[in-house]
Design a binder for this molecule. Structure first.
Ligand SMILES: Cc1cc2nc3c(=O)[nH]c(=O)nc-3n(C[C@H](O)[C@H](O)[C@H](O)COP(=O)(O)OP(=O)(O)OC[C@H]3O[C@@H](n4cnc5c(N)ncnc54)[C@H](O)[C@@H]3O)c2cc1C
Length: 292
């Protein structure tokens, strides 16, 4: 399906962006894996025009408003984005091409809780199969995660690696894993690393029952792909996982915008709505220009 503007995320940033984009006359889609953090805001008393409203109701009102204006909303988890001048987003059975894309995914990034993993980033641990998969040609790699995003990363790695094991760390796999991938459900107790002056390199994982699984690389793909994960794959400039944009929400990648909590600042609905509006307007302009 082809759209002028596609937005990932249906929180206040994504929905505000969609309202401005569709009202600028551009065919607009939202892909969303459900309500974001607003769902846990029981009472909001500081949003303009509402003395007191629950986060859930505020979000539902926004989504209904966007639907009435003609925004197409797809309930699906985005797992990959391809860019070659335009964007192609894959989300389960949904595949959307668009001229301009807005990342409005909030700021959730799931932590592994496994001690020492983050410290090995760049030395056997990676957060991006598209960026680093090539370095593991003919090697044994693992993917840490249990959902659609983990499977998407594993599929990407299969083109390079000798073998790919999906480590679910004690969780049940949330998607059907094709037989070409091994699945290891036992919890991971520790990471094993080589001893050298650079701080060591990942050698393997120690499982809860004491068995060691030797791997050369581990790709972290916990929960859903976050804004930071997509930014890494698309070459977007970030600072501590926060996406850098100009005042229109434009990132350093032409046609790629970001709004709301994933861009830092004050984590508030009012900021998300304002940034969404600016990004929606700028993205719709970008889409119109790219059609000429
Ligand atoms: C407990 C709590 C109380 C709060 N109270 C207030 C308050 O009183 N006032 C106030 O102004 N703010 C409050 N906030 C903050 C406010 O909720 C956030 O600032 C706001 O929701 C941010 O909007 P957003 O659109 O950037 O992100 P979110 O609302 O987090 O929306 C993110 C969207 O991205 C989607 N998404 C993420 N990953 C994917 C993926 N891979 N594929 C598809 N979709 C994806 C999610 O499903 C969701 O739809 C509160 C937050 C919390 C947690």
């Amino acid at each position: 399906m082809k759209y002028g503007v596609c937005i990932i995320g249906s929180g206040p940033a994504g929905i505000s962006a969609a309202i401005y984009s569709v009202r600028a006359g551009v065919k607009t889609a939202v892909i969303s894996a459900g309500t974001g953090v607003l769902d846990s805001a029981e009472v909001i008393e500081n949003y303009y025009g509402f003395e007191r409203i629950s986060g859930r109701e505020l979000n539902e009102r926004g989504i209904n408003q966007a639907k009435k204006l003609g925004v197409d909303i797809f309930e699906a988890e985005a797992t990959s984005i391809d860019y070659d001048g335009g964007f192609a987003v894959s989300a389960g059975d949904v595949s959307i091409e668009c001229d301009a894309l807005i990342l409005a995914l909030g700021r959730r990034r799931q932590k592994s809780g496994i001690k020492g993993i983050d410290a090995l980033e760049g030395r056997g641990v990676s957060f991006c199969a598209v960026c680093d998969g090539f370095f593991y040609r003919g090697k044994k790699v693992g993917v840490l995660g249990s959902g659609a995003y983990a499977l998407s990363e594993a599929k990407h790695l299969a083109a390079f690696a000798d073998s790919v094991t999906i480590f679910t760390n004690g969780q049940d796999a949330e998607v059907e894993i094709p037989p070409e991938f091994s699945v290891e459900v036992r919890p991971v107790r520790d990471v094993l690393k080589s001893d050298d002056e650079t701080g060591g390199r990942l050698k393997g994982l120690l499982l809860d029952d004491g068995e060691v699984k030797e791997i050369d690389g581990l790709f972290i793909a916990l929960g859903m792909a976050s804004a930071g994960d997509f930014a890494l794959k698309l070459g977007v400039i970030t600072e501590n996982g926060i996406i850098k944009t100009d005042s229109d929400g434009q990132t350093n990648v032409p046609g790629l915008f970001a709004a709301g909590d994933c861009t830092g600042g004050i984590y508030q609905v009012s900021q998300a709505v304002g940034q969404g509006a600016a990004a929606g307007l700028a993205a719709s302009k970008f889409s119109k220009k790219s059609k000429r």
